[in-house]
Write a new protein. Sequence first.
Length: 409
Amino acid sequence: MLPPTPLSLLCAILLCLPLAVIFTFTAPSTTTLSSGAATTSPLLPITASYINYTTEDIYPEPIILPKVKPHEVVLLIKNQTTANSTTQVISEDYIDGDDDRSLFQAASRVNLSPKPVKKLAFMFLTTTSPLPLAPLWELFFARAPKNLYNVYVHADPSSVNHTTTSFHGVFARRVIPSKPTRRHTPTLISAARRLLAHALLHDESNSMFALFSPSCIPIRSFSYTYRTLMKSRRSFVEILKNEPGAYERWAARGVEAMAPEVEYSEFRIGSQFWAVKRKHARIIVRDRRVWSKFKVPCLRDDTCYPEEHYFATLLSMVDQRGCTPCTLTHVDWNGSRGGHPRMYKTSEVGPELIRTLRKYRPRYGDEERSDGSNSSVRRRHDPFLFARKFSPGSLHRLMSIANAVIFKD
């Protein structure tokens, strides 16, 4: 047999080349199919990083989601001091990320009835670390049985001084997985929902959930606070309907943008500092319908305070009778600036201020209505348990009157 010539070898290669191409393009792909949709990214379990529970404790069945790159939502916020507009870029992951949705899904399945002994969940939403008034809260909790409360902190990881090691004492190791928060955006709602979800999943004994800012202080003892909240069969959520500027706030995302899920007649305003029962905490974390509207960015900042609208609107729509329409956190709006309430000066802080704050009666919804539908709340006089805003500089004065005044019932 004659040996193959170079010309014959070249011809053989050219004849086989089409077959190689065909096999290359018809070979099985490593792409997996899930529910009819292809994905080339690995499926990773969403795990909880909170120190006091494990993935097995939270998820009866594994929850798996593909890794996705967060989309960015551009918020056009009008600058009120100039004719130009400024653009604030907020990652969609900060508002409604995949990890949040799986967290809320797990929290929405918890038991409605708390286990004994019932506990209070104190939830702090802060952009600063450490909490400037933490020493006062340390004294507050020092008088409390440890089996009657839990503490949770959502700390903005983008803040200048952020570090989880900045939290000491009762706040040590209580920081939940947190995301950046910005005023005039839905991120503050997301942070509060995140706190509720972690508190629901962490301890089945949590019965009442209260939200605080870094400028909040207690104005009663723990025992007084615990008795007041635990004896209530309702949540304390300020719910206001006939507020000036309500329509502008409802239309902040565009005229009719909230409809039909939230009609103007259903829109409510109220303090973002509330105390909700366990059933309402679960309602908040499992909500999708109302949240789908409130997570939409506003067109301008001067009417955009979503954290003052979402909770009041949702609970008014779902279970208004289950709420006492007031907040137990006192705030003074006289002399407010830029949408912020009055900050008490250091020179104002003293025994008389605390006693005065205790005497005030909360506002119960729209009490000016004459239809008689809220006659029951007109007879109420629930005590204020907390107050804001107190500056970091007032801490030494607060500490000096803590035992003799603030925690003395």
